[in-house]
Every structure is written in C-alpha cells, then in structure tokens.
Design a protein around this ligand. Structure first.
Ligand code: NAD
Length: 439
C-alpha cells in the first residue's frame, strides 16, 4: 500500500461560505462557535464524534476519528464568505428561526462581526431572490477576478494558512451540460463572452480553483460537475466534491433501497413529498430551481436498484418527488414517503415514513465534516473528484463512465477506509473470521 504523506494542519483554516447568511450556513457557524466554547456537542458530525476501528476485531482499537486523523481543530477555523444582502450573521440567525435565542445569544459578539462580501449574483439563475449586495463587472471573467481578490484579501487579513470554499447558496435553475462545459479553454472563453450557460456558482468555483482552494458543492447545481472544471481541478491539483448535501429524505432512500435489494424484495412505487417553509423552500417553489433538485433526488433509486440487472424486481418503478413551499413550517420540514414493495410470490406490502426533521440542523454537521475533510484531502495531495466523500451527497460526483455509489453504508466504509489509508492503517475488508475458518 502506498504511503500517503499528509501535511500537518498548522495555522488557521479559512472557511469561505457562498451564501454566508443562509439558514444552513448560519446554523453551521453558530454550532461551530458553540462547540468551540463548550456550550454544545457536535452531534451529527462524523469527524468529531465517530470512532474508527483500526486493525483486527479482536484488537479492540476504536479511537475517535478526530484523535487519530490529522484534521484541523475547530479553534483553527475562521469564517468568511459572500451573500446578496448585507447583514451580519447574528441577524441572519434571528431571521432564519432555526435556533433558539438561548443557543445563539452567548455567541452574539462573534456572530455580529461576521458580514458577507458582495456576491456574484444574477436573478436569471435564482428567480425568487433579489440581491442588493452584489458585484458589478463587464464580464463574468471580471467578476471571477473580483472574487479572486476577495479570497486573497481575506486570507491575508485573517492570516490563514489554508482555505476551503463551500457552496451553501441557493439552488440555481437547471442547466444541462453544454458545449462550453466540455472543455476548459471553451469555458474560459465563455466567461469572457458572458455566455448564459455560466451560472454564478461556476464563477465562484472557478475562482476557488484558480486560487488552489478545494471546492465543496452543497447544492445540486452543475458547477464543478463537468469536464471543463475537472480539467482545471486536475491542472491546479485541487480536490472538489458534491453535489447536494444528503440530509433527510434522500438519506432514508439510500438506506432503505439497498435493504430491499440486498433481500431481493421488489419495488413498484415510491412517492415522496415534503412541506418546507424556509427560504430554500421558497427558492425551490420556482420550477427552474425545483428541476435541478428533482434531478438530484430522482437519480438515487435507479442507480441503487440496477433495474437492468434485476428486471423482475425493479424495471417498473413509479418514483415521484414533490417539494411544496409551506411557510408556517419554516425550517422544520416534514417529509412523507409511501413505498410499495413486493415479496415472496409477488405479494404487495407498504412502508410509510413520516420524517419530521429540521433541515439546517441536519445539514450543519455535514458542512463541518466536509470543510475539514476537503482540507485534509488537499493536505494529502488528493485532487479532482473526492469519491470517498460521496457519503455526504445526494448526487455524488463520479466519472462519466462510472455509476455513482449511493448506498450510505458502502459510502461510509469507503470513507473510513480512505481515512485508514491516510493514517497508514490497513483498510478493513471484514474477512477476519472468514479467514479463521481456513486456519
Ligand atoms: N438544509 C438541507 O437539508 C439541505 C440539503 C441539501 C442541500 N441543501 C442546499 O443548501 C443550500 C442552502 O440551503 P439553505 O436552507 O441555507 O437556503 P437559504 O435560502 O437559507 O440560504 C441560501 C443563501 O444563499 C444566498 N445566495 C444565493 N445565491 C447567492 C450567490 N450567487 N452568491 C452568494 N450568496 C447567494 C442567499 O441569499 C441565502 O442567504 C440550498 O441550495 C439547498 O438546496 C440544503
């Protein structure tokens, strides 16, 4: 096994968030500050709470990941970012109504200091939002140069050793992959020509790669999931990962669908609906943004169940996903799933799931893990798509000739085995007892 040389995480890690004042971002920031002050526990964060088995089962070595993997400490993180309204993060938290006053009041001073830089924004790509705190420039290339300057200024002002960029901004309208996304030179020319197929998220991502900063895509936007950006990530030696945080309903799908397949149970229909009243829900009420999200949510079941291999079980599935904007619920999304399955001799059965969740509470720990792991990836010298981080995404990025891995538990094994390799421990193949049978 090749030995990986990991750079030690010395100095500050700048976390640049696109959509700094959104519900997910502000919940992520407040939670990180609260954990830092020992006012809260990092619940939901695998890097902070999970253990990792090392060696054979009978060795009983189960350290916490954060105690054996060289991750940046939470006290090394410095936050910054961009948004389309000039508001401090304390006010954003009050507006988002995700957290209770008692949980963010002790963090008031540091939250009030955090204000966004002017955004690169265009309402053509997110119809339901109006931006006032936005950059102007003659071309998309100029806007990208302004972002690069922001990044360099932030790094210098905060004395950061390293940076990562995470998109927690809104879901943009659906943009299919086009000619200008197929090649880096064409993409760069298209930025200079103000081509309509270049969305704001792509301008941020290009700026990140230009500055050799890992880019994490928390929304289903196309952004870095295209040959042009992957060529650039390769050239710049930068890791990228995405798309779309896997938090609620889709997480359930990627647990249940593998169960049906493992037990060779058939599936005839899966109806998923949601009510959601936060700003993300409002943005997704626009058909263009909803289509981007729908594509991301729909791809999961077919890829897991492989109807081409199991036509008797899965070639006639009716899969429907609905998201309804319902303001009274705010961030407290409610999801219902009705699942029609069939078993022995074709007899039908049903499962009903009613998940009363909190969107940003589920997403915040994923942001924390992803910024720490993307930084780790860069310190390991990894570049391009970080398949081992698929665990966190609804539509994991993958090579064009390859299926993505959606099964949550396979993704978890893959991630933990990568961490084992990083710390020069053997990957685990779960064969200990089987090998004993031959002894
Ligand atoms: N919460 C979850 O469980 C979850 C799961 C998967 C994906 N997501 C995605 O995460 C993203 C954030 O969700 P949220 O609930 O925080 O939404 P939100 O609407 O509260 O926050 C999005 C923020 O992005 C800002 N923004 C939009 N375009 C921008 C741009 N071009 N530049 C800078 N800022 C911009 C908005 O002003 C807003 O403050 C959404 O795309 C959502 O679909 C969330």
């Amino acid at each position: 096994m090749e030995k990986i040389n990991v750079q030690t995480p010395s100095g500050k890690l700048g976390v640049l968030i696109v959509g700094l004042n959104g519900a997910v971002s502000s919940t992520f920031i407040a939670g990180t500050y609260a954990v830092r002050k020992n006012l809260s526990k990092p619940i939901g964060s695998v890097t902070q709470m999970a253990t990792i088995r090392l060696g054979q089962r009978n060795e009983n070595r189960f350290p916490k990941i954060k105690d054996v993997v060289p991750l940046s400490g939470l006290d090394q993180i410095v936050f910054g970012g961009w948004d389309i309204q000039d508001e401090n993060v304390y006010d954003s938290i009050v507006r988002a109504e995700v957290l209770q006053h008692r949980d963010f009041e002790p963090l008031r001073a540091e939250l009030m200091k955090l204000r966004p830089m002017k955004a690169v924004f265009d309402q053509d790509y997110v119809k339901r939002l109006h931006g006032t705190h936005v950059k102007t420039g003659a071309t998309k290339w100029d806007l990208m140069e302004q972002l690069r300057k922001d990044i360099r200024d932030f790094k210098a002002a905060n004395q950061c050793e390293r940076l990562v960029m995470i998109w927690c901004g809104s879901t943009e309208i659906f943009l299919p992959m086009g000619e200008i996304h197929s090649d880096l030179a064409k993409f760069e020319q298209a930025m200079k020509d103000n081509h309509a197929d270049i969305a704001p998220s792509m301008i941020y991502a290009y700026a990140a790669l230009a500055e050799k900063i890992p880019y994490i895509n928390g929304a289903p936007n196309l952004t870095v999931d295209m040959p042009a950006m992957l060529q650039y990530a390769d050239k710049q030696n930068v890791p990228v990962c995405g798309k779309d945080f896997k938090t609620g309903q889709t997480m359930m799908k990627t647990v249940l669908a593998p169960m049906f397949k493992t037990r060779m149970l058939g599936l005839s229909g899966w109806f998923s609906t949601n009510i959601l009243g936060n700003r993300d829900g409002e943005v997704l009420d626009d058909p263009g943004s909803f289509k981007t999200k729908e594509e991301s949510k729909l791809s999961v079941i077919d890829t897991i169940l492989q109807p081409e291999l199991y036509p008797e079980l899965y070639d006639d599935i009716y899969h429907k996903v609905r998201i309804n904007y319902y303001p009274p619920r705010k961030d407290e999304k409610e999801a219902w799933d009705n699942i029609d399955i069939f078993g022995w001799m074709g007899y039908p059965m049903q499962l009903k799931i009613n998940f009363l969740c909190r969107d940003s509470i589920l997403a915040a720990p994923l942001c924390l893990d992803l910024v720490l792991l993307a930084d780790l990836a860069q310190r390991c010298g990894f570049k391009g798509i970080q398949h081992w981080l698929s665990f966190y995404f609804k539509s994991p990025m993958h090579e064009m000739n390859q299926h993505p891995e959606h099964d949550l538990f396979i993704q978890s094994v893959k991630m933990k085995n990568t961490l084992r390799m990083i710390i020069n421990e053997k990957p685990i193949d779960f064969l200990d007892e089987t090998i004993d049978l031959f002894r």
